[in-house]
Design a protein around this ligand. Structure first.
Ligand SMILES: Cc1cc2nc3c(=O)[nH]c(=O)nc-3n(C[C@H](O)[C@H](O)[C@H](O)COP(=O)(O)OP(=O)(O)OC[C@H]3O[C@@H](n4cnc5c(N)ncnc54)[C@H](O)[C@@H]3O)c2cc1C
Length: 389
């Protein structure tokens, strides 16, 4: 049987659901989202959920700042509760990276982000639990925090359904049918969705899925671990979120008495269908020790839980948000390289603009085109990508 629809979104992570919501809320009729298993089953369900604006390129800073407004007011802007918690976020930068810090903060302030470099004394006052090292510098984002990634995907999907979209679970897309250089349908095992518009938002599965339709992009799924530690509240009642460039960790409080910690220094290539989602105890010890060098009060915490998830990384650690030249109606939204959750609201907005207006207006995404790798014109980043999620 063939179902006819204005658009098909492939992938029910935070990107696919945000794109779906933005399309239907702009009048696209009865769009369909196809999800392989369940919403949030990929990177989204394992995301640390950090929402901060510290970036070294304008495009990422602008996407995160634009998204922040939505996260902070999600119920009014979209509808639903995504559990946004404002904690503040501190960036610790060693002496040899202070030039990079100055560059980043100036760039972020130009974008309009509420961020600043603070003195040692101010940093201590804002976050007394943190150890400080000689020569290092500190940046502070008072508005940043975290939210619930699965809950965000669910909220977008729920609102999109209310507006007329269809969300199909346990329904993997098998291919995109292309005739005369145009999308004509998306297929699943049991159905054919006739459409002239398809969006590929398949997270870590994007490389094989795109290869199946003849598109080769430099995407790599990599495995990353996250741990949750239960704090002794007498020792360490609260701390803000942070990214520690000296000890290579990122962290944030979770609920009343947990601290979430992760980092990016043991990244391994992985197959999304077979990777090991369990934590490794030797790595837990390593990351916990490094965290305690910044947050001494965490040394006496208890291990609560841990898990691994997948990033979908590109060579310049920036996503691909683009239309496919030469195939009318095909769009790609992937490669978020471990920091996409915080960008998702704005990604949905710019993707809908690209698809419906012909170009993105809210944020200039010209540096996220898919052919930048072939042209050798990739984005240049600084230290911010070494550890921050
Ligand atoms: C451990 C970890 C920590 C992170 N921490 C942060 C953080 O603190 N802050 C931040 O901003 N970002 C963070 N990220 C990154 C962020 O989670 C991702 O960038 C974001 O979730 C990507 O969303 P997505 O929709 O592109 O991909 P996914 O969430 O992976 O969604 C893709 C979906 O597509 C589905 N799919 C695949 N193939 C098909 C098919 N053929 N047909 C139908 N469906 C298909 C999958 O089942 C999946 O549900 C983290 C990621 C990880 C793994």
């Amino acid at each position: 049987m063939t179902v006819t629809t204005d658009a098909v979104v492939i992938g029910g992570g935070v990107m696919g659901t945000s794109v779906l919501y933005n399309l239907v809320s702009r009048g696209v009729q009865k769009p369909v989202l196809l999800e392989r298993t369940t919403l949030g089953a990929g990177s989204t369900g394992r995301s640390s959920g950090l929402i901060r604006m510290h970036y070294s390129t304008v495009v990422n800073a602008a996407l995160s700042w634009e998204s922040f407004e939505t996260y902070a007011n999600f119920d009014e802007v979209v509808g639903g509760d995504v559990g946004f918690v404002q904690t503040g976020f501190m960036v610790f930068v060693p002496e040899d990276a202070i030039d990079g810090l100055n560059h980043n903060i100036a760039l972020q302030q130009d974008v309009g982000i509420d961020t600043q470099i603070v003195s040692r004394e101010e940093a201590r006052e804002l976050a007394p639990a943190f150890e400080q090292y000689d020569g290092e510098a500190f940046a502070w984002e008072p508005l940043s925090g975290h939210a619930d990634p699965s809950g965000t995907g669910m909220a977008y999907a729920t609102r999109a359904r209310e507006l007329g979209a269809t969300v199909l679970l346990e329904t993997p897309a098998t291919s995109v049918e292309i005739e005369n250089d145009r999308v004509v349908a998306v297929t699943t095992a049991g159905e054919r969705y006739a459409t002239d518009t398809a969006v590929v938002a398949t997270g870590p599965w994007s490389k094989p899925f795109l290869e199946g339709i003849g598109i080769d992009l430099p995407l790599e799924a990599t495995r990353h671990e996250v741990f949750l530690l239960k704090r002794d509240l007498g020792e360490l009642p609260f701390h803000p979120g942070g990214a520690d460039m000296a000890n290579m960790t990122y962290f944030r409080p979770e609920a009343a008495d947990l601290t979430l910690v992760g980092n990016g220094n043991r990244e391994q290539s992985a197959d999304p269908n077979t990777y090991n989602p369990r934590p490794s105890m030797d790595y837990l010890e390593d990351v916990w020790l490094r965290l305690s060098k910044r947050l001494p009060g965490i040394a006496g915490a208890e291990f609560f839980t841990g898990y691994a998830g997948l990033y979908t990384s590109t060579p310049d650690l920036h996503p691909v948000i683009d239309r496919v030249d030469g195939i009318e109606g095909l769009y790609i939204c992937t490669g978020f390289s471990g920091h996409g959750f915080k960008l998702a609201p704005a990604v949905g907005t710019v993707m809908a603009e690209l698809m419906l207006d012909g170009e993105a207006k809210t944020v200039d995404i010209s540096t996220l085109k898919m052919d930048r790798f072939r042209r050798g014109e990739t984005n240049t980043t600084s230290y911010d990508f070494k550890v921050i999620a």
